[in-house]
Design a protein around this ligand. Structure first.
Ligand code: C2E
Ligand code: MG
Ligand code: MG
Length: 586
């Protein structure tokens, strides 16, 4: 018997495997004890153990006939099994050069037989061993038996480990396995070597939830089953990991360049037949990440894959390669949302400013638009043009509008109490129109302050109205019935059809500043604005022009019969006190 040898690198990865299996210092388990009892019985020996070789100790996952659960690694026969990866038989410890003076021999043990516990990757974790207090010979049959028992122990270890690493429905390895395999790439590839990973998303979360509501989870099983062969082909026969409800990750086949790999994925995206039989259209996207083996944290790789697949929804090809800049933008969005959520809860950071709308006929000011301002304690002022489009994609849209409405109604009531009769316009988001109780909340708020509903106008953009036209139209109709005025904001920038405009119970159309600001220089824009005014009038709407910055534009608008104007030429958005002074000065 040779002295135990140590290959430092191999030993390090062996220990790493042992750690990852999360076996050390775990509670006894009947599944292992059953095998150990069987070993003692088959060999008619008093001692049997499943012994794992840690850095400097042997730890017994299961044992029969031993009190302690750990012994030093030094001079332990099981450690020699782990080092060599081979079966070790010591018919008589006292006759053995290596173990004669070992603690085992000192404790009265004479016989040892240990079979290696070897993982699929070839790491030896320790030994399945039987021990006796008398010297003993071993037959071929007994060697085969112990080898079988060791294999049963390994099967049990792998089974336990697989639980929590396999998706129970698809049977594919899950995200835990992906993370662990990406970490293990450094065992088979050189540190820093480039590797490509892909994440295929078969449907957006919205599509998933819509479809699950109608079709139940069978739909999910169907799309996963239908895609599996394609995914395996794209992975070049490598492992495909089920990392999210409709998300699958895999590594590029060896030697694939970014161009080749992304080309294959893009043609799959364009050729794939959407799930016709499931009657739900799904949007598949692909995110790609370039990683350096052993250097990029596996969890970051996974997060970046998700982020690229998410961004890929905006890409015509449906595929995006992860970029750090985009990720930074995304993190900024995330930061904005969480900070806005906080600011709404402690609103000293938020306030409203009011911008007058002026009659182009007699210069009178009948109404103002409430605009939200946010001064972040560290980042300073953040414009609504920056945070509202982001907030509008989250549940914060409800809380924000709620805050703005409450503040605007308070201000309106205060003005009315002072005898200033103004109409206040509040901007609302698309999602507000889809809230079933939105109309009631608005009317309740007005009633609470004893305000005439006609003092309030709600501005909504064309695109907000087009998102879920039926819900929007319903809410709008109920608001209009309640006496609240409705304005279509940023008119001309969306895609609403004329027939649609005709059906809307809107009082006012606000022509977007992008048309107004250029109209004095460009004849075509001028003509366009003139037509929009005429058309809106014909449909019975009043017209407000936004972004009026010069006398010249004001004159053109007046000539085109526009009703009102709003813009820096008349007044910037102002705090209530400044507005009072502005009104007094007119
Ligand atoms: P909007 O509703 O179209 O508001 C008009 C925007 O144009 C305001 O920008 C206003 O300050 C700016 N503006 C007015 N006159 C002029 C002008 O003559 N020249 C120029 N260059 N700009 C002018 P602001 O306050 O930055 O708001 C931007 C957008 O953010 C608003 O566009 C609106 O869509 C949104 N927003 C603002 N406050 C709220 C709010 O309380 N709720 C919601 N949902 N959205 C809001
Ligand atoms: Mg507006
Ligand atoms: Mg506007």
């Amino acid at each position: 018997m040779n002295a135990p040898y140590h290959l430092p690198l191999q030993e390090a990865s062996r220990l790493e495997t042992l750690r990852q299996l999360e076996l050390l210092d775990t509670a006894p388990s009947e599944a292992f004890d059953r095998i150990t009892r069987m070993a003692a019985q088959l060999f008619q020996l008093p001692i049997a153990a499943v012994s794992l070789t840690d850095t400097d100790r042997q730890w017994f996952k299961s044992k029969v006939g031993v009190e302690h659960s750990t012994i030093p690694r030094l001079k332990a026969p099981c450690a020699a099994v782990a080092d060599s990866g081979r079966m070790l038989e010591v018919p008589d410890l006292l006759e053995s050069e290596c173990f004669r003076d070992s603690p085992l021999a000192e404790s009265g043990i004479r016989f040892y037989l240990g079979a290696p516990l070897v993982t699929k990757a070839g790491h030896c974790l320790g030994a399945m061993c039987v021990l006796g207090t008398e010297p003993r010979a071993v037959t071929d049959g007994e060697r085969a038996t112990l080898t079988d028992l060791a294999a049963m122990v390994m099967a049990q270890i792998e089974l336990q480990h697989a639980l929590g690493r396999i998706d129970p429905v698809s049977g594919l390895p899950n995200r835990n396995q992906f993370v662990s395999d990406v970490r293990d790439l450094s065992l088979v590839m050189a540190e820093g070597e480039p590797q490509l990973a892909a994440l295929v998303s078969l449907a957006t979360p919205e599509e998933l939830s819509d479809a699950m509501r109608v079709m139940g989870s069978a739909w999910l099983d169907d799309i996963v089953r239908a895609a599996a062969p394609d995914l395996r082909r794209l992975a070049g026969g490598g492992k495909v990991y089920h990392v999210g409800p409709t998300q699958f990750a895999f590594l590029a086949p060896l030697g694939h360049s970014l161009v080749r790999f992304s080309g294959q994925l893009m043609s799959w995206l364009s050729e794939r037949t959407p799930m016709g039989q499931a009657a739900f259209l799904t949007t598949a996207t692909v995110g790609l990440v370039r990683l350096a083996v052993g250097q990029d944290a596996p969890l970051d790789v996974l997060r970046n894959l998700h982020s690229a697949a998410h961004d890929a929804r905006d890409a015509e090809s449906g595929l995006r390669v992860y970029s750090a800049e985009q990720d930074a933008a995304y993190r900024h969005r995330f930061w904005l949302i969480s900070e806005l959520g906080r600011a709404l809860a402690e609103p000293e950071e938020l306030h409203l400013v009011f911008q007058p709308k002026v009659s182009l006929r007699d210069g009178s000011c009948f109404g103002v638009e409430a605009l939200l301002r946010w001064t972040h304690p560290e980042a300073g002022p953040i414009g609504p043009g920056e945070f509202m489009p982001i907030a509008e994609t989250t549940s914060l849209a409800r809380a924000t509008t709620e805050w703005v409405l409450a503040a605007a109604l308070r201000q309106l009531a205060a003005w009315h109490a002072e005898g200033v009769t103004l109409q206040v316009a509040v901007n609302v988001s698309a999602v507000n129109l889809e809230e079933p109780d939105f109309c009631e909340r608005v009317l309740d708020g007005l009633a609470r302050h004893g305000l005439d509903p006609a003092c309030l106008a709600l501005e909504m953009t064309e695109s907000a109205l087009m998102r879920k036209p039926r819900a929007a139209q319903d809410t709008m109709a109920r608001l209009a019935e309640g006496g609240v005025k409705i304005a279509i904001d940023d008119f001309g920038t969306g895609y609403s059809s004329l027939s649609y405009l005709q059906d809307m119970p809107a009082d006012v159309v606000k022509i977007d500043q992008s048309f107004v600001r250029g109209m004095e220089k460009d004849e075509r824009t001028h003509a366009l604005v003139t037509t929009m005014i005429k058309l809106s009038h014909d449909l019975g709407h009043r017209v407000v022009a936004e972004g009026v910055e010069t006398e010249e534009v004001a004159a053109l608008l007046r000539a085109a019969d526009c009703d009102e104007a709003q813009g820096y030429f008349y007044g910037r958005p102002m705090a209530p006190e400044a507005l009072a002074a502005w009104l007094a000065a007119r």
